[in-house]
Write a protein that binds this ligand. Structure first.
Ligand code: AVJ
Length: 317
């Protein structure tokens, strides 16, 4: 990941090369969605969140704002909010900015150390009374958190859980339950299954921002993995996979071609795709089933008026 100077450390580059080679030598070809988020990818994702077709961010933000007082369990005080994959505090602020917030500590777990450092600086400046604890770690793994107060709430907004297949989503929620310890709570934001007439434009917007976001992956590999992808020879594609209930993003080769990456030769057939992302769209019932399998009880579920997006309050034992 880039540091403040824009220079990518060698070991980070080695990880990008290893991940890219593993995916691009597999059949069918894939690339991990986490590779989207270099500096330009983060900027493009922010632009996506402002698109008229991308209803997710504004729907969740409005929903969280309207329920912020209700998500706090009775007797919850001296509380800690633990965000998973939280290198952007915008959603957490909805809970932390309230005059009556029970949260005095904000723990944010993310692999991107520079982004976490910037987040800490922003939060310390705007919230003098708040203790901000950045934790540099892969949130998919169980982790040892610093000693926390009795009232703990995990936070996983943004429908990031949609990137995980159901088994991985269950494993993540189970690991988070272990990391948070006994009697913790968890607030999960997830996009819901709906008509592809709404879903497809959200992942194939008319301004072409999602296409640029997808193709930026290849630009990143050209820079960080000594690759020579011709960006004009791949096109963005978003498809609805009804059986698996997910949007898939692909980069499709427009012709037969050969690409070099870190000294290796990669061959593409015409119309061959690189599968770059899954975005699962589960029903409320399916998400409840996944949370239960991970050992959580369902305390309450909120949806926006149109039933596009769900916020799930889970309770550990
Ligand atoms: C950040 C994973 C929730 O799946 O909607 C947006 C990423 N990809 N447009 C999503 C994304 C294409 C986003 N998540």
């Amino acid at each position: 990941m880039p540091n403040d100077t824009g220079v990518v450390p060698r070991d980070a580059r080695a990880e990008v090369v290893a991940a890219a080679l593993a995916g691009l030598t597999a059949t069918p070809k894939t690339l991990p969605a986490m590779l989207f988020y270099d500096d330009e990818g983060c900027r493009l994702f922010y632009e996506i969140t402002r698109l008229p077709e991308y209803y997710l961010t504004r729907t969740e933000t409005d929903l969280l704002t309207s329920i912020a007082a209700d998500v706090v369990p009775d007797g919850f005080d001296d509380a800690v909010l633990v965000e998973f994959g939280g290198s952007d505090e915008t959603k957490a602020r909805i809970l932390l900015d309230r005059a009556d917030t029970p949260f005095h500590t904000y723990v944010s777990i993310d692999v991107a150390a520079p982004a976490l450092g910037a987040l800490r600086d922003r939060m310390v400046a705007s919230h003098p009374g708040l203790t901000v604890v950045p934790v540099v770690a892969d949130f998919m793994q169980p982790l040892r958190l610093p000693p926390l107060s009795a009232s703990r709430m995990g936070f996983f907004p943004g429908s990031t859980i949609g990137n995980l297949d159901p088994a991985a989503a269950t494993a993540f929620l189970a690991a988070a339950r272990m990391s948070l310890g006994e009697d913790a709570w968890f607030l999960l934001g997830a996009d819901l299954r709906k008509s592809p007439r709404i879903l497809l434009p959200a992942y194939n917007d008319s301004a072409g921002v999602t296409a640029a976001f997808n193709l930026n992956l290849l630009r990143r590999l050209n820079r960080e993995a000594e690759a020579d992808f011709d960006l004009a020879a791949f096109r963005h594609e978003a498809v609805w996979n009804d059986r698996d209930s997910r949007i898939e993003m692909h980069l499709v080769s427009t012709r037969e071609q050969v690409v070099r990456l870190a000294g290796q030769t990669l061959r593409f057939r015409e119309a061959e795709s690189i599968h770059t992302e899954n975005s699962y769209k589960h029903t409320e019932a399916r998400l409840i089933e996944i949370a239960r399998k991970a050992g959580w009880a369902i305390e309450r579920v909120w949806k926006d008026g149109a039933g596009l997006f769900g916020v799930f309050l889970l309770r550990g034992g």
